[in-house]
Design a protein around this ligand. Structure first.
Ligand SMILES: Cc1cc2nc3c(=O)[nH]c(=O)nc-3n(C[C@H](O)[C@H](O)[C@H](O)COP(=O)(O)OP(=O)(O)OC[C@H]3O[C@@H](n4cnc5c(N)ncnc54)[C@H](O)[C@@H]3O)c2cc1C
Length: 308
């Protein structure tokens, strides 16, 4: 049953979602929806099937005065242990598609997994997305974050983005207007929901594309603690430094708070070693930032987004 012990009428939003056949779960633990596998319950978790259902849900949430947050795969977020007194709307697998627009252009829906988009590019002998193979997010999350790795980033391939504005208009803007830079886009502040976009790629042989994808994936497996829950790199790369190297230099590799640990494999990753709470992770992030600042003078800024 829906927990009515809140100031918002999540029950009514839940009932409405069910009435339009939208997947909804009341009070769902956010540990089920985040790659850290921590975080308390949300008011209601909703996973619309398409943009039309998304708009209906948003209109209803607005009518009921219920705040909401959008999530893709939850691979770059941390939700507090006490949970989040909001509706969580997932633009994920159910809103997934990739289509060839012309010889070099692929259009995608925001919920598409990056791995699915990368494989689609490979099938069509299109190169440029290899860097993204192994980043576990959705295309929407990747645009929002300007996800990048191994010298590539979304900014290099994105040509346009289609989004839903806060006043419920569907608009398409150029990638330039989306203002992508290091782990930044206009979506961090404009309140729009990314619905999809287009990437422009270059022709290459499937063998060459596949070799690069496998190379990057292999490097991830060698260097990153993929066997433990995490949100990838905990901190942004400070100008002129590498966060992992600074953390290691401060002898914090292996440092634990409760079940959270600075990975012994890659100091740039805070991992859930087993049974970590979000507050363990947050305390460890604070400890790392404070120690690195005191010992090296460098300010580390978290890349992980804390949803409240
Ligand atoms: C093992 C591991 C490795 C990783 N490696 C990398 C890497 O190499 N490079 C890299 O850049 N990142 C990496 N990440 C981090 C993460 O995968 C990326 O930031 C990814 O782009 C996040 O996508 P997501 O769908 O999970 O977004 P979420 O974590 O679900 O959301 C992130 C932010 O985007 C917003 N958002 C998501 N979808 C939408 C939408 N449709 N409209 C509007 N806002 C939206 C959310 O509100 C939130 O603020 C890694 C993470 C893990 C766990």
């Amino acid at each position: 049953m829906v927990n009515m012990n809140t100031s918002f009428n999540f029950q009514e939003l839940y009932n409405y979602a069910k009435s339009i056949s939208c997947d909804a779960v009341a009070n769902e633990a956010m540990s089920l929806n985040t790659s850290f596998k921590t975080g308390g319950p949300c008011g209601v978790r909703l996973s619309p099937d398409n943009s039309e259902q998304l708009i209906l849900i948003l209109n209803k949430a607005r009518e009921l005065g219920i705040p909401y947050v959008i999530l893709g795969n939850g691979t770059n977020v941390l939700v507090p242990d006490e949970g989040i007194n909001k509706a969580v709307i997932i633009v994920g697998d159910k809103m997934s598609s990739a289509e060839l627009e012309d010889d070099n252009t692929i259009s995608f829906s925001a919920g598409t997994n990056l791995a699915v988009l990368c494989r689609f590019a490979l099938e069509n002998s299109l190169s440029g997305l290899e860097f993204a193979f192994g980043i576990p997010g959705t295309c929407g999350g990747a645009v929002y974050m300007n996800a990048g790795a191994y010298g590539g980033e979304m900014k290099d391939v994105l040509t346009e983005v289609t989004h839903l504005t806060p006043d419920m208009k569907i608009e398409t803007i150029s990638a330039k207007a989306a203002d992508l830079s290091y782990r930044h886009s206009v979506y961090k502040s404009n309140g729009c929901i990314i619905l999809g976009g287009k990437v422009k790629l270059a022709k290459d042989t499937q063998d060459a594309i596949k070799a690069r994808m496998n190379d990057f994936l292999g490097r991830r497996k060698d260097k990153q603690p993929l066997e433990y829950p995490s949100a990838g790199s905990t901190f942004k790369r400070p100008e002129g430094y590498f966060a992992g190297a600074l953390i290691e230099q401060c002898n914090l590799k292996g440092k634990s708070v409760g079940g959270a640990q600075v990975s012994e494999k890659h100091a740039g990753f805070v991992i859930n070693k087993g049974g970590a709470t979000s507050s363990d992770i947050l305390s460890l992030i604070e400890l790392i930032s404070k120690t690195v600042k005191e010992e090296t003078g460098v300010t580390l800024e978290p890349e992980v987004i804390v949803l409240r």
